[in-house]
Design a protein around this ligand. Structure first.
Ligand SMILES: C[S@@+](CC[C@H](N)C(=O)[O-])C[C@H]1O[C@@H](n2cnc3c(N)ncnc32)[C@H](O)[C@@H]1O
Ligand code: SF4
Length: 465
């Protein structure tokens, strides 16, 4: 099995990635492959039933129907319908189709500002890419963000990869994005809350900051996260929140809890169970003025293709008792809810529990959401957070969006990848929260006449995808 490589813009090999990274059926798509046999010819019946478990947060189709982004969606659908028609009638090559490709930026990105991290979390799903000392040119990163916003980018989740607040240009990036009106979410390990305090003044109602804390006692917190500094305790981190809330109460601050159970294994080590601390964590969050606690299941990397998948073996007998304990804890945590504090269960936790997770793993062949939501990282531009740093999911270099031409070229690469990356196969183990949106778009492409009566939804003012 070959080892995957990430290349710099100039072509040198930056890092080699674990041999586990291997797409089962994926062959890098050349234009010739697309011309011979594009993926869409494998069309399967549409499954557009609304997935009722989706919280408004994860109703990505509803978000794409908002008035300010609906035209981008329609342009994309019309282009896909024209290309499919052209292919079916033999009147258009893929290259010709690309000449009229829509030129918008993704609506939303995950932005990894650095791969550096000051923790060594035993459960980290991105362990392979941490501390690679691969960096952006800061001014080119800002140019990329400017071009992206100028071409339709509406929201940015600043996350990792590494720890966003460890990036020395963190404050500058946040202020730059806010000066252009983008919505911002920040996911942080909480070790440098001064950096969050420093940007609190520019954050607005729809922006948010989420701290990944995963524990209810300091002992478990330190054992799970292994922070570099001794002063970094769970209480010390939480103690920063009331002051930030006083500075600016408008944006939401969340306590994130990744639920880890017996037998969870990743990075070749067994990791620390924390189910028994779910309720204590909720109490701590409430006491310290967090707006919410969110519970999500542990993810691991697929041995098949390195995709992030829910780390539970559904065949195991212990699943039912594990789910029982999680449910009990959530019921207790919910008793703490009031007008100022809420308890959020992630959609993939809910569907795991009620058994409907299989509905989220039947993807159409073409994943259209790649066009609307991507990952920008110092390792390059990737098609989906699930494949952050997987070489075959690479759409361009780290500065691919730094120029207008680069932006057009990268979105054309995206259209090529949509025709060659078979989501039905590659994402068959992924509880993909974009599943409904992908099927909905697939249906529109097959029936473009529906666009005429497709009315904008109400404006939620939420563009996070
Ligand atoms: C990789 S971290 C990077 C950002 C930042 N350093 C932090 O810790 O929040 C991004 C998010 O992934 C979550 N995460 C890490 N490993 C995970 C796993 N195995 N399963 C589910 N979520 C995980 C973290 O809790 C965090 O919320
Ligand atoms: S189908 Fe889902 S998991 Fe697969 S690439 Fe698309 S959005 Fe990501």
């Amino acid at each position: 099995m070959t080892v995957g490589k990430i290349h710099s813009d100039s072509g040198e090999v930056l890092i080699q990635i674990s041999p586990l990274i291997h797409f089962s059926k994926f062959e890098p798509g050349s234009d010739q492959d697309i011309a011979r046999k594009p993926l869409h010819v494998k069309a399967i019946p549409c499954q557009v039933n609304k997935q009722t478990e989706l919280s408004p947060l994860h109703d990505f189709m509803g978000k794409l129907l908002q008035p300010e982004v609906l035209e981008s969606l329609k342009d994309y659908v019309r282009w896909q319908a024209r290309w499919r028609e052209g292919f079916a009638t033999g009147s258009m090559t893929f290259e010709q189709a690309l000449e009229t490709a829509p030129g918008q930026a993704p609506v939303s990105i995950n932005l990894d500002v650095t791969t550096a991290c000051n923790y060594r979390c035993d459960h980290c799903v991105d362990m392979d890419i941490l501390n690679k000392n691969i960096n952006y040119d800061h001014e080119l990163l800002k140019d990329s963000l400017t071009h992206l916003v100028d071409n339709g980018l509406r929201s940015v989740i600043i996350i990792g990869g590494g720890e966003p607040t460890a990036y020395k240009g963190f404050e500058d990036v946040v202020r730059h994005l806010k000066s252009m009106g983008a919505q911002i979410g920040v996911v942080t390990n909480g070790s440098m809350m001064k950096k969050i305090e420093a940007v609190a003044d520019v954050l607005q109602e729809r922006d948010w900051v989420r701290l990944s804390l995963d524990s209810g006692t300091n002992e478990t917190f330190r054992a799970m996260h292994k922070p570099g500094s001794k002063k970094c305790t769970l209480e010390w981190i939480c103690d920063h929140i009331p002051a930030i809330k006083k500075l600016n109460p408008r944006f939401m601050i969340g306590f994130s809890f990744i639920i880890v159970w017996k037998d969870c294994e990743t990075n070749d080590t067994q990791i620390i169970e924390n189910i028994d601390e779910m309720v204590a964590a909720a109490k701590l969050a409430k006491q310290h003025d967090f707006d919410y606690i969110s519970y999500k299941p542990f993810l691991t990397r697929s041995e098949q293709n390195n995709a992030e998948i829910v780390g539970i073996d559904k065949q195991q007998e212990s699943v039912a008792s594990t789910m029982h304990r999680i449910r009990d804890a959530i019921v207790q945590a919910k008793q703490l809810e009031d007008g100022k504090f809420s308890v959020i269960e992630s959609t993939n936790l809910r569907v795991l529990e009620n058994g409907t997770y299989m509905d989220y793993s039947k993807q159409p062949h073409n994943c259209h959401m790649q066009y609307f939501r991507q990952v920008l990282s110092p390792l390059g531009v990737f098609n989906c957070p699930v494949y952050r740093h997987v070489p075959q999911a690479l759409l361009g270099g780290k500065h691919a969006y730094a120029t207008q031409n680069g932006l057009q070229a990268t979105q054309r690469n995206t259209l090529k990848l949509i025709e060659t990356f078979d989501a039905t196969e590659e994402c068959k183990d992924v509880t993909c929260l974009y599943n409904h949106a992908n099927w909905f778009i697939e249906d529109l492409i097959n029936h473009p006449e529906k666009l005429d009566s497709l009315a904008p939804s109400f404006d939620r003012g939420d563009y996070f995808l």
